[in-house]
Design a protein around this ligand. Structure first.
Ligand code: HEM
Length: 267
């Protein structure tokens, strides 16, 4: 059903905007998806200043996997004519910043603590697949992530600092773009580079469909967190662990013993 609605959305859009620049087309075709992406439970709690440390740490794990896949594929295809004009590793690359944040939140052994939902794995699988088969579709994914990070993402960074009561910008490198002095001017440059990419009509339509998919992947990742939060535990020292069946059993025995001891003590 998702495929059909995707096709209808793209078709409806193609009739109306077929002559415009790619940057305008992509914005128009993903408008509805953006509205849904900014209204997921996770994004709403972000906007209300209610994002918790646990929520943010989980999201950061997914962002790590996503940017690793995206940036590896962008690097590998940096000379491809569909990728070269929008390849800005110095200004945009996020992976190192995310690694720094993960170390801040999880400690030096953060790599062993990464937990990602299936939706993140599907998203990364798609990124790696198009990196091999249709590198020009990477425009759609780079647009969705980087222009989003340079837009609403900037406000979210400031809110996140307050919500998680972080004293400095430590742990929030992801939101900082030291190589971009004016996000608005940079977005203009990025759009003009997108528009300079030569695409056949078929490729262009593929990029537009891919952009809708990119938003959907992000929505699915965000929506996975309700489930993940129930499956994980955050300790006071910031350690995040998976609630395995064994751990659940140990916890249940601990609670039962504590209840029985309190009962005996009360007698
Ligand atoms: C709390 C959540 C969000 C808020 C408040 C937000 C807000 C915004 C704002 C204010 C803009 C600028 C619009 C303009 O220049 O006309 C924007 C642009 C954008 N956002 Fe978001 N956004 C959110 C979530 C997301 C998510 C989850 C994604 C995708 C993963 C995303 C992707 C984008 C993209 C690609 C653009 C650039 C649009 C363009 O100029 O072509 N946003 N967002």
């Amino acid at each position: 059903r998702q495929n059909r609605s995707l096709k209808t959305q793209t078709k409806r859009f193609k009739l109306t905007f077929s002559l415009k620049d790619l940057s305008e087309q992509i914005k128009q075709v993903t408008k509805e998806n953006h509205v849904r992406a900014e209204n997921t439970e996770l994004m709403l709690s972000f906007q209300r200043g209610q994002v918790t440390l646990q929520q943010y740490k989980l999201l950061l794990c997914s962002l790590y996997e996503i940017y690793q896949a995206l940036e590896e594929e962008m690097d590998r295809n940096c000379n491809h004519p569909g990728v070269a004009p929008i390849y800005f590793p110095t200004e945009l690359a996020r992976l190192e910043a995310i690694e720094k944040d993960l170390e801040f939140f999880f400690g030096q052994d953060w790599r062993e603590k990464i937990i990602v939902p299936a939706a993140t794995k599907r998203y990364c699988h798609r990124l790696r697949q198009i990196g091999k088969e249709n590198p020009e579709f990477l425009i759609a994914h780079a647009y969705t992530r980087y222009l989003g990070d340079l837009s609403g993402g900037q406000v979210l960074g400031r809110i996140a600092q307050k919500s998680m009561s972080l004293k400095s910008s430590e742990g929030l490198s992801f939101f900082a773009f030291p190589g971009v002095s004016s996000p608005n001017l940079f977005k203009q440059l990025y759009r003009s580079r997108m528009n300079s990419v030569e695409l056949t009509e078929e490729e262009r339509n593929g990029v537009l469909e891919e952009a809708i998919m990119a938003f959907e992947f992000n929505i699915q990742v965000q929506n996975s967190y309700a489930w993940l939060q129930r499956e994980t535990m955050l300790f006071k020292d910031g350690t995040l662990i998976k609630r395995t069946p064994l751990l659940r059993m140990v916890l249940a025995i601990f609670v039962a013993l504590a209840t029985v001891s309190m009962g005996i003590y009360a007698l």
